[in-house]
Design a protein around this ligand. Structure first.
Ligand code: SF4
Length: 196
């Protein structure tokens, strides 16, 4: 599937409009903490690649965040350490290092069955958050109580992708008959609605 390119200056707006909850959460945590652990970097990094963030922009985006954290916490020149420790794995995800595999973004199935540990922010919020935290996250997006309850009903019945589909429909004000099975599908379907 082909995606249009996106640029760093638009990324906050795009995240707000068109990221599914799993990616929105990772994105917000990255902006807040200027750091994500490995699982989060992989899940968000490959998603952003699928969304159309070019390698040079991905390097600049991650570097800006991680350098702040490194400088704050370790009092080192963050950009140098970033180049040494993190740039390789980003280039790797884009198939420019190692075996040069062009890695694809994770599907919902992969994300739902992942096992985030303490301090991790990856995974699927409908599967891995407490009920209270799902409610809070949806409430923050201005989703009506009624729609939140419908989502929670699916969560309790272990239908995480259906919960995500209902959230998509509530946010975009349109039906999504195919259902959500991939974060990048969520993104492209949302962009289609916005551009129509
Ligand atoms: Fe992300 Fe898929 Fe979970 Fe939706 S169902 S939040 S797209 S992993």
């Amino acid at each position: 599937r082909e995606f249009a390119e996106i640029s760093i200056k638009d990324i906050d707006q795009i995240a707000k409009n068109s990221f599914p909850l799993c990616m929105r959460h990772l994105f917000e945590k990255l902006r807040e903490d200027h750091h994500l652990k490995h699982g989060g970097r992989m899940q968000l990094g490959l998603f952003l690649k699928g969304v159309g963030l070019k390698l040079e922009d991905a390097l600049a985006f991650w570097k800006a965040e991680f350098s702040q954290r490194i400088s704050m916490v370790l009092f080192e020149v963050g950009s140098e350490r970033f180049d040494k420790e993190y740039a390789y794995s980003i280039r790797h995800n884009y198939g420019r290092e190692g075996k040069r595999t062009d890695y694809t973004p994770y599907s919902c199935q992969t994300i739902i069955t992942s096992a985030p540990g303490v301090g991790d922010h990856h995974g699927c919020p409908y599967r891995h958050f407490s009920e209270e935290n799902v409610r809070a996250a949806l409430g923050k997006m201005g989703i009506t109580n009624r729609a939140v309850e419908d989502v929670m009903d699916k969560v309790r019945n272990i239908h995480y992708q259906l919960a995500c589909t209902l959230k998509f429909e509530a946010v975009n004000g349109t039906s999504c008959d195919a259902g959500i099975n991939h974060p990048n599908q969520y993104f492209s379907d949302s962009q289609k609605v916005l551009q129509s």
